[in-house]
Design a protein. Structure first.
Length: 254
């Protein structure tokens, strides 16, 4: 049996919403991800979810039609959408007898020694229960970092460091990092990798590939192997955990 691993899996807005609108939560995707998470848990691994898409869910609920540009409007959308996002995760994971534990964090929580310790202790206690899946999002109603840039990529890397994860998996709409139209299976030189990055990002997400590479840099520099995976394809998480060919692997740098 493979060694038990602690996995932080970050799901971007693009893989949690429908292709048609980029606003409606895609329940089929939640169901598939929940099934794959349940498989990892059954294999003895620990899984922590970082979930985006609260703003997108709020935009749809409020009938706005498009993601607002003002910060306060985004925060309002996040406040409305967060409960719907958690409901989607709960419905999907409960089908596998898994319990959702919601945590809303900010970068300030991780930067503050006391609050960091509190978050670390809470996660440690939750992970004592094999059927509990922590689902973490930035507290967008009071914090603004990921609303402006990142789509939780950096927050996920920080949580991976906080809980001493073995793997950080970033699930996105891209099949790993591309160079000249071809996927790079493994990248060890991040500086060179950045030369292949464009500024493209989804209409309803905030994190392009550049922000993902920033998160990769943070995670790998703290000793955490990181993968960028195509969340539209089934089995990507299991493949990464088994160190099989999937997306792009970024080995830990120390």
């Amino acid at each position: 049996m493979p060694m038990k691993k602690r996995i932080v899996a970050k799901f971007g807005t693009g893989v949690l919403t429908t292709d048609a609108s980029g606003l409606q939560l895609d329940r089929a995707q939640f169901a598939r991800f929940a099934s794959e998470i349940a498989g990892l848990v059954s294999a003895g691994h620990e899984v922590i979810v970082i979930s985006s898409a609260a703003v997108a869910a709020g935009v749809a609920a409020l009938g706005l039609g498009t993601r607002p540009s003002s910060l306060t409007a985004k925060q309002a959308c996040a406040a409305v959408g967060q409960s719907q996002l958690m409901r989607a995760w709960e419905e999907a994971l409960t089908a596998h007898r898994l319990i959702v534990a919601q945590l809303l964090l900010t970068h300030g929580d991780i930067d503050s020694r006391q609050r960091r310790r509190n978050a670390e202790n809470t996660l440690r206690e939750l992970l004592k229960h094999r059927n509990v899946i922590p689902v973490i999002n930035e507290n967008d109603s009071v914090a603004v970092e990921e609303l402006g840039l990142g789509d939780n990529d950096r927050l996920g890397a920080e949580v991976a460091g906080l809980c001493r994860a073995d793997l950080y998996l970033i699930l996105t709409r891209s099949d790993g990092l591309q160079a000249d139209g071809r996927r790079l299976p493994t990248v060890t030189d991040l500086g060179r990798a950045r030369s292949h990055v464009t500024g493209e990002k989804g209409e309803h997400s905030t994190g392009g590939m550049a922000s993902k590479l920033d998160a990769v840099d943070f995670a790998t520099s703290t000793g955490i192997e990181t993968w960028i995976l195509d969340g539209r394809q089934a089995g990507q998480m299991d493949a990464a955990v088994g160190d099989r060919d999937a997306g792009t692997k970024f080995p830990a740098s120390k």
